[in-house]
Design a binder for this molecule. Structure first.
Ligand code: F6R
Length: 365
């Protein structure tokens, strides 16, 4: 049932404040503002020297964002791998280490194979899954659920933001358990996470304006997405979302990589979506954006009020989100990224919920 939406994807984008809130309340103690980690874990966070995360597609981008969180909050080195690469690489793994697998369906063949490989290597295994009865959920030692509910649209939206919520919780919980976060820092981060659903609802209110920017994207044959820090994997997700449902070629890049190649692509016909909340690395991203502007590139900047003011340039279109703590920006900035792709595809007239050549669950390698 699509409710009053034209597509399941639209419905699922709009459900996000609610399902992210469900997912958060499943592991947050709202009164104490603390993270409740899964009980009876077969490993101790303090004993871990590194983490390995394997996933495919959108789930791999959630995992890349989680890398920034685990490294910052739990001071744990993280290796994120695309499951189809990891499974054949015979990666050396410490015995008793922890491997995490992220999957909406819990049936993705490559992710499942990566899980089985890690078990054979004596790794502890933890799966972040949306389907609790799935094979990956059953075979992993520990299951952490995302409570996105059934996702029908082939392009993942609400499962992605719920994965981010769950992974943020795990990283903060791990930081607390390892003593790299104080109780005060934990409660500050938890407090920020609790605000995410409200901030997502505010982002959804910008839909009409975002739709007008989509008219610009719909005319393009190529689109570049740029970001730094956690906005870098989000730029990869933005490009994936656009290409899978609108069939427009899109690439995500770490903004700092621009001058190492992709800047050659920039001309007046090339829209560039820049994801840049006003944070510690904002100035760096803005200087990359100026390089794009100087070459006539058409920029859509997704930022907040401070960022919009600091970046002010004539050529710019801006999507201005509320200001928010860094830990929630990937969750909230997902909303305009998804809406841009969705409306672009609707304008072009592609089959948004059932894009050509794609299946919801990839059970063959
Ligand atoms: C993109 C998308 C795919 C999936 C990928 C992994 O919108 O949906 O890239 O994210 O096939 O699927 P799961 O999460 O089911 O393992």
């Amino acid at each position: 049932d699509k409710g009053n939406h034209r597509h399941f994807m639209a419905k699922e984008i709009h459900e996000q404040p609610e399902v992210v809130s469900h997912t958060l309340t499943s592991f947050i103690d709202m009164v104490g503002e603390t993270i409740r980690l899964p009980e009876d874990l077969p490993f101790d966070w303090k004993d871990l020297n590194r983490l390995t995360i394997s996933a495919c597609g959108t789930a791999s981008f959630a995992s890349m964002i989680a890398k920034y969180w685990f490294e910052r909050y739990a001071r744990l080195p993280v290796e994120v791998d695309i499951a189809s690469e990891f499974r054949y690489r015979e990666a050396p793994l410490d015995k008793g280490g922890l491997s995490i697998f992220v999957s909406q369906s819990g049936e993705t063949a490559d992710t499942l194979a990566a899980l089985r490989y890690c078990k054979e290597q004596g790794q502890h295994t933890l799966a972040v899954v949306n389907v609790p009865t799935s094979t990956i959920a059953r075979e992993a030692e520990v299951m952490v659920r995302t409570l996105a509910g059934p996702e029908i649209g082939v392009a993942s939206t609400k499962a992605f933001t719920c994965q981010l919520a769950a992974l943020a919780g795990l990283a903060i919980g791990a930081g607390k358990a390892r003593g790299t976060l104080s109780a005060a820092e934990e409660s500050e981060l938890v407090h920020a996470l609790i605000e995410a659903p409200r901030l997502m609802a505010e982002a959804l209110r910008l839909e009409h304006e975002i739709e007008t920017f989509s008219r610009d994207l719909a005319k393009a044959s190529d689109v570049l997405y740029l970001g730094r820090g956690t906005s870098y994997p989000l730029s990869l997700e933005g490009a994936l979302k656009l290409k899978e449902i609108s069939y427009i070629h899109a690439e995500g890049y770490a903004a700092g990589e621009l001058k190492h190649g992709p800047i050659a692509l920039i001309d007046e016909t090339m829209p560039v979506v820049v994801i840049a909340p006003f944070d510690a690395i904002f100035e760096k991203t803005v200087s990359n954006m100026q390089e794009v502007a100087a070459r006539g590139g058409r920029i859509i900047l997704i930022t907040d009020a401070k960022g919009a003011e600091a970046a002010a340039m004539a050529t710019l279109k801006t999507i201005v989100l509320p200001e928010m703590p860094a830990v929630v920006t990937p969750i909230v900035y997902s909303v305009p990224i998804q809406l841009l792709a969705y409306h672009t595809a609707v304008i072009i007239g592609t089959d948004v919920d059932q894009p050509r050549n794609l299946a919801k669950s990839v059970t063959v390698e």
